[in-house]
Write a protein that binds this ligand. Sequence first.
Ligand SMILES: [Fe+2]
Length: 264
Amino acid sequence: MLTTAPVAVRRCLEEDQIRRLEARLVRDHDLVPPSLVHEWVESARARFARATVREFVPLLVERAVRARAKDFPRGLSDLSATGVSGWARNTAHRLLAERLPRRWSHTAGVARRAEQVARVLRVEEQDLLVAAACLHDIGYAAELVGTGLHSLDGAEYLLRAGVARRLCALVAHHSGAAAVAEVLRLGDRLAVFEDESGRLRDALWYCDMTTSPDGQPIMVNDRLSEIRERRGPDDPVVRALAINVDERLAAVRRTHRLLRRTTE
Ligand SMILES: [Fe+2]
């Protein structure tokens, strides 16, 4: 069918095949950050840009990406056994696993990604990233809900529990929470926590934005579509996307560039 269809249709079909292949590769290679899988797909594809026989391009791209994924260095899996991230993991599990199992699956996926992405940070910040990943969504737990802005509710709970202010602030501001707070008129209350800029904060956003609600790796654009679809147009998070989508994408891009450097 591919060979007899007009060129534009064939290009469209191939693009569709490649995107489905990419989603499969992202799922199959859980240890590789999704933005790297995307880059590998595009670079493999570029090598076959002039090929006249197109049928085998997806297969060749798949082979090339799987070969690179096989050589990808493993994450820092011993992190979770030490430092504040061990406490954070237990706390998140206690608050989410039983009553909000899907939220827990997502959290566990974000934490796994954090272990992988932590390589872009200084050693002393790596455990903090994993801890923030574990705690970022605890504000959804019924006993923590106060304002209804989960990032703020989680951060205020952590502050009351005596957790270091920097970790509270990372949770408070994760993934564009400031814009959601503006929509909900909670900006002043969120502003109690400082929104730091830099690698650690970007990496946390990256991990959240490349993990599906079920904890599977996902491309950032698919994640954004999923958020819009699941929450609907009136949801404050979706309304806030009009303000913060570029900021979210920029954090993902910056982290991706650092990841690429650490794997070259
Ligand atoms: Fe999340």
